[in-house]
Design a protein around this ligand. Structure first.
Ligand SMILES: NC(=O)c1ccc[n+]([C@@H]2O[C@H](COP(=O)([O-])OP(=O)(O)OC[C@H]3O[C@@H](n4cnc5c(N)ncnc54)[C@H](O)[C@@H]3O)[C@@H](O)[C@H]2O)c1
Length: 407
């Protein structure tokens, strides 16, 4: 059964990334029309000229629906944004675009503040100029910093304990969004604070594409596929059930569903002002539990070595999700075994991530090799018009170490 098409057109920034691409699947299958924007600083571009980034081609193949348009554009470029907003009438914006590597943010903080905070300011200015006042913002549990109580509720203070520039960009943006909602009526802005998104679409066609695995689950799957020799478990002297760090992991499709439910709400009359919700599983899993669940779910052994813990890693951290559950009527439905099985399905079908297909080695099982063309209108106005204009800067690695994970 095909979903009825919504009258609402949604702009998704950072659409080609891990969270963005999975949310696009949910948005398209829920009937929303979508315009996607990404500068591809952390996404694999289509391997032929004027084609969609690899992840977006696959989103279209999973859903059987086309994006209304795709723009390779940089949020910091006001001219590019103005051009896009003058071509489309958006009902709301879902804003994923961000740099997210904690370690990198300590080395190049100005680039992080400029990209994340500056890009959001440019987006907000353009939204206001075009009377688009509904926004979902990708925030993070990093805004809480070191937790002072567990489980962490939305009332836990933010900012004070942030340990890195990346986390502070999320905190500063939230403060800006609150000030905006307090100063002008008509805005409806919801900040979703993610705990650790893991897993992949069950098809294994899209997933998290890490060159360097800095989070636990991608590290496990890269060990499983042979890209890493063993897993380093960073510390076994935490005050937890088995001595390894405990964190909250949420299946990426549950996270994606949370965005669609939030979008349905903010498009309703009367849902205004600033709102914030934790999106997590609402429970914590230790590193050793993750390893054993992965082994049981997939049958693949994960060799590991216990190493020294990292300075600053806390014992335990998990979310209170009762606010999202009562206000949004949202609850995660996938188990830890699902997270492991789906991560492995993606990684085993795509050992080198999207690069397998983009570099033409043909190892992207089950995924069509011919690219889906961008709709003509988008090619004319988007890819061709905007290609090459985006500002960028040199980055050491394609990093994916957003979060508060220990492993
Ligand atoms: N993945 C996580 O563990 C996690 C946890 C908490 C919060 N978040 C937040 O969720 C959002 C999405 O994260 P993700 O894991 O999908 O990251 P990702 O890097 O896979 O996706 C982000 C996308 O934004 C694009 N982008 C970055 N700066 C841009 C700019 N100036 N203009 C246009 N596009 C730009 C990148 O090319 C990339 O495709 C981010 O805001 C991130 O901070 C992620």
């Amino acid at each position: 059964m095909t979903a009825p098409v919504s009258p609402h057109l949604i702009l998704v920034t950072g659409a080609a990334g891990y969270v963005g691409s999975h949310c696009l699947v949910e948005l398209l299958t829920s009937g929303y029309d979508v315009v996607a924007l990404d500068n591809c600083i952390n996404a694999v571009e289509g391997h032929l000229p004027d084609t969609l980034p690899e992840s977006l081609q696959r989103v279209q193949s999973i859903t059987g629906r086309s994006l209304l348009a795709y723009y390779k554009a940089d949020l910091n470029n006001a001219t590019e944004l103005e051009d896009i907003f003058s071509k489309h009438r958006f009902s709301a914006v879902v804003h994923f675009a961000s740099l997210k590597a904690v370690g990198e943010s300590c080395k190049i903080p100005l680039e992080y503040y400029r990209n994340n905070v500056g890009g959001t300011m440019t987006l907000l200015d353009t939204m206001r100029a075009h009377s688009v006042r509904r926004l979902i913002f990708s925030s993070s549990a990093t805004v809480y910093g070191t937790p002072e109580f567990l489980p962490i509720t939305e009332e836990h203070h933010t900012g004070r304990n942030c340990t890195n520039p990346y986390g502070r960009t999320k905190y500063f943006i939230e403060e800006i969004l609150k000030d905006l909602c307090a100063s002008e009526t008509g805005w409806s802005i919801t900040s979703l604070r993610y705990f650790n998104p893991v897993g992949a679409h069950p098809s294994g066609i899209i997933g998290e594409d890490c060159k360097v695995p800095n989070n636990l689950m991608p590290y496990i799957t890269q060990v499983a596929v042979g890209r890493q020799p063993f897993l380093k478990v960073l510390g076994k002297d935490f005050k937890t059930k088995d001595g390894t760090g405990v964190r909250d992991y949420i299946h990426i499709m549950d996270l994606a569903a949370g965005h669609v439910i939030t979008l349905d709400k903010i498009l309703q009359e009367g849902w205004t002002g600033w709102n914030v919700y934790n999106l997590g599983a609402g429970t914590g899993y230790s590193v050793l539990e993750m390893i054993s669940t992965f082994e049981e779910a997939t049958g693949v052994p994960i060799p590991y070595k216990i190493c020294d813990r990292r300075c600053g890693d806390v014992d335990e951290l998990w979310a209170d999700i009762s606010k999202a559950s009562s206000a949004l009527n949202w609850k995660p439905t996938r188990s830890l075994a699902d997270m492991c099985a789906h991560s492995w399905n993606w990684q085993s079908k795509n050992p080198m991530g999207y690069r397998s297909a983009a570099e033409g080695d043909g190892s992207a099982n089950g995924v069509r090799q011919s690219p889906v063309k961008v709709p003509d209108a988008a090619v004319a106005s988007g890819v061709k018009a905007l290609n090459g204009k985006s500002k960028s800067f040199d980055r050491e690695v394609n990093n994916n170490d957003e979060d508060v994970t220990v492993f």
